[in-house]
Design a protein around this ligand. Sequence first.
Ligand code: ADP
Length: 345
Amino acid sequence: MSSSVPVEVLQDILTPTVYGELRIRESLLEGEWLGMTFERADIDRQTLNRVQELLSDSLSHLQIELRSGNTISLGGKGFGPNRHLVAVLGGKGGVGKSTIAVNLALTLSAMGQKVGMLDGHINAPDVHHLLGLPPQASHEDREWELWRSSILPPSRRRSPMRRCDLDIVSIGLEFHEKAVPSISGREMIAALFRHLVFETRWDSEIVIIDVPPGSGDEVQMLLRHLPISGAVLVTTPQDLAQMDAGRTVTLLQQVSVPVVGVVQNMAWLVCPHCDEVIDLYRHSSRLEDLGIPVLARIPFDIALSSGADRGVPLVLNDRTRIVSREFAGLGRHVLDSLTNEERSK
Ligand code: ADP
């Protein structure tokens, strides 16, 4: 059960500090969770994070969540203390972003992390399908409460679906496979992403976001409205794919999301007849020239696509394949970058 804490008690902690003029509007206590909103709806994330730290110092036994308008702070360097959102994105469609995102999530989970997946596709979600999870009929009539200015206590948040030891959140689980979700407009998209991230009871330390192609509203709202700790780019080695990814890099720079590196997917294959290694594209160094490191070179492997069709991702199926070893290397790079992120700032 949640109860309210007298706002004056909390305000007293802020008053002697430079944040004294920020007026607390509402506070809610539930177990070890304390949520607060401010009268001002325009406090930026950095300030909110500092206030969060200040309050946490005085109330160290509590997990504190602050909200000012649409900006939310859970503390820590990412999406809460020792919790991170990692975006997998690339610019061009069909280069294997969803496949890489799902197999990366499973690899990190096999490495002992608590991992979740958020499908960032509103109009063409398929992460649940790649993981063999059917849409949940019972959710079809669910009312969406996207426009709240108060904080939803943990007991009223929805639990993610679980599959293969992953927390999974996807619009694709809410609608019938053939239904076209009518979610459009920047504000609504941003509110939806905030809802999916902040009003879900994640158990995860790392949430991998499968980001749609291009640089349209879904991508921009995702990157601008969520505290993303790092981005993994996915392209083929082809110049055209890397050119599209270059546009994504510009967007990432604009929103100050660090780029972990690039995965070159469908880069090569082993000839089934003579075991010769064949490069599938003429190699472009466009992204490497921007200083972006190559994290993995994933071969074309028919087992990856057939596993996706059956909802059994390859790294679960066969951990001895070259592909699985490439994913293990990718997983280590991602964990290293998150560790560096924790140490920095
Ligand atoms: P995106 O998310 O970029 O649109 P997908 O992950 O849906 O791309 O992949 C596009 C297609 O390529 C899918 O059919 C997928 O199964 C297949 N695919 C992706 N990566 C590989 C790979 N390394 N080897 C074989 N097939 C792959």
